[in-house]
Design a protein around this ligand. Sequence first.
Ligand SMILES: Cc1cc2nc3c(=O)[nH]c(=O)nc-3n(C[C@H](O)[C@H](O)[C@H](O)COP(=O)(O)O)c2cc1C
Length: 337
Amino acid sequence: MDLAAFRALEPLCWRAPSAHNTQPWRLRYEHWAVTVGWDPADALPAGDPTGRDLRLSLGAFVETCLIVAADAGLRLDWTADHDEADRRVGRLRPGRQPYRTPFRAADVRDRRTHRGRFTGGPDADVVAAVDAVVRRAGGAARVVPAAGRLRALLRTADRRVYAEPAVVAELRRWLRLDRACPRYRTDGLSDSCLGLGRVAATGLRAALAAYPALRPLGLPRLLAAGDDPLARGGGVLALIAPPDLDAAGQVEFGRVLMRAWLTLHSAGLAAHPLSQLVDVADTRDALGTLLDVAPERIVHVVRVGRPADPAPRSARRVQHRSSLLAVTPLDAVSLHP
Ligand SMILES: Cc1cc2nc3c(=O)[nH]c(=O)nc-3n(C[C@H](O)[C@H](O)[C@H](O)COP(=O)(O)O)c2cc1C
């Protein structure tokens, strides 16, 4: 396989999801393989101190590369080779046959995180399909009863997150609330993706700018109370990993997460992660009790449903080049907003 052909598809691979849309992956092309690594500048040391979401995002990227390559008829294999010191998770290399996957490049292109209103949650068949995907990797997908208890846990998690100055400072660095910001169209979380109107975006910017002064006066509580995603409908799923997941296992589980999200997408549903429930030890423990599972096995919690309206497309640092047209049937114009 000609790695140059894969390089031409790389912009589409960048449609993979990542926490805070930091796009931490980096590809190193050698003549016989492409090493997948990460840039620590795009990690989230305050919000994701263990690197769990970093590794899930890297795994989601790897799965996306395999899907995109397979859809273009390229024979690409993945060899995991996690090395923290070299900041790499493994290598993509020419294989004997295309990666077997039910997903297409168009799914990668069209999938979006959806933080808005859902008209309904996943039915039993969709839950079973996602569960089957996760079970094949030794885990499970479980419905979290979205009653008052979950709402209270979410409120607690949000309050704890907003109470941490380092986490808030990091979030501010990745928020793109000003359309004039040069990075508005390249990375981070935009006002439109967060579903914030102009007034709400301005209010949030002002509140976060005044955070040091307002924190002791209860700003974290106010910020936490300002959003109630569960009121926007859908169901909530917890992705449960196999026991004793190490760093390399988290990358592999990121691939599972991607397959789970694309399973939802194929069924006309979308995902809205609620990672704060996993980030905060107390709420993760409470979820563990609720689901009768060891809390450390809960690695991802996500609100899931049928979008009432299409979600805005998130930004990417790498844009498509016209050469993409030569190797993929996708309409390159529709790849970007
Ligand atoms: C591991 C992981 C954790 C995430 N956690 C959250 C989260 O807690 N809240 C949220 O709104 N989005 C979360 N996201 C979604 C990302 O913000 C989103 O993927 C990114 O902004 C790119 O947008 P897209 O998914 O529409 O392409 C997470 C994504 C990943 C891969």
